[in-house]
Design a protein around this ligand. Structure first.
Ligand code: PSU
Ligand code: MN
Length: 317
């Protein structure tokens, strides 16, 4: 473990030796969120999946760095013991970017969302992050104003995000509008449509499609060369054989959202409530598809991070 505390009032980062070495050598690293471990799946499936996701990043050719908040410090890479502890300890809170100041200052512990993982990745000097499902604009946001901070963070952190789009429990049309308005480039890798997590298509066409890994790497660096803050969103759909048909789960989602409303579930708790309800309604089929998309996306993230690291090596004199 290496701890980097650059100044008296700055954020302590705890790197695993492997991640610290990879970053020092310009090797590709992919940051991963931990909210999916604590809130996405039940124990012990969550621990097993987190390990498989890390293996998938390695299979793609990069070093995984699972992010978390532990005792007021940010973990840049988790050990196997950390993963086991986060997976099996009940009540670890979800920590988004807005929560970081209070949680870190008070010595707290928490699981990172996409947004807070991006903050951590940028501080650590990691340029790629991967998560199967990003947060987005929630259905009914016209009245609730429930829009994930993940979308805001894409406009702030200089990190490329590889994902399989977002779940259909969100309003994906409004999510795309938001990204468009806020100048976040959305590039679909080898596919025409914006994917919807374990559904291959959201029914919405992606604004850009690139099929070449090196071109995608170049687009990421070009975004920054143009002087933009923030990141680039790169989408990759789940594999055909792992996918769920979108129409099949639409009714389950609608019923779950009605249930959430009736039970008075609000804000950050809605996602977990609806995901679990859809899992029950589809008799675990969505849980299996869920695992497959997490693993596949991580592998693509590893490959794209590796392509980006190669490009930087070639272009650095
Ligand atoms: N989208 C999904 N599944 C998830 C999440 C998002 O399809 O589990 C999680 C991620 O950790 C994401 C967070 O960063 O929920 C967004 O939550 P909110 O909408 O409260 O910002
Ligand atoms: Mn929200």
């Amino acid at each position: 473990m290496t701890t980097r505390t650059p100044g008296p009032h700055s954020v302590p980062l705890v790197f695993t030796d492997e991640v610290a070495a990879a970053l020092a050598d310009g090797e590709p690293v992919v940051a991963l969120e931990s909210n999916v471990i604590t809130h996405g799946l039940p124990y012990p499936d969550n621990a097993a999946t987190a390990r498989k996701v890390e293996e998938a990043v390695r299979a793609g050719g990069a070093v995984p760095a699972t992010i978390g908040i532990d005792d007021g410090r940010i973990l840049i890479g988790m050990t196997d013991t950390d993963i086991e502890r986060f997976a099996s300890t009940p009540g670890i809170p979800k920590v988004s970017s807005r929560d970081l100041p209070a949680v870190l200052a008070s010595g707290g512990t928490g699981a990172s969302t996409v947004a807070s993982s991006l903050v951590a990745a940028e501080l650590a000097g990691i340029t790629f992050f991967s998560s199967a499902g990003i947060g987005g604009v929630h259905r009914g946001a016209e009245t609730t104003m429930d829009i994930s901070s993940d979308l805001i963070q894409f406009t702030r952190s200089k990190v490329a995000v590889v994902c399989a789009g977002a779940k259909k429990i969100l309003d994906l049309r409004l999510t795309m509008e938001f990204l468009e308005t806020h100048c976040v480039p959305v590039i679909s890798y080898g596919f025409d449509d914006f994917p919807a997590f374990y559904c291959r298509s959201s029914g919405l066409r992606a604004p850009h499609r690139l099929d070449d890994e090196t071109q995608i790497a170049r687009a990421v660096d070009t975004h920054w060369a143009l002087g933009n803050p923030g990141g680039v969103l790169i989408t990759s759909p789940t594999r055909e054989e792992d996918a769920i048909d979108g129409d099949d789960i639409e009714e389950a989602i609608a019923a779950a959202l009605r249930g959430a409303e009736a039970d008075g579930v609000r804000g950050g708790a809605v996602t977990k409530y609806v995901m679990r309800a859809v899992d029950r309604a589809t008799e675990g089929r969505s849980a299996t598809a869920n695992m497959a998309v997490l693993i596949n996306t991580a592998e693509v993230g590893g490959r794209l991070a590796a392509a980006h690291a190669r490009l930087r090596r070639e272009e650095t004199p």
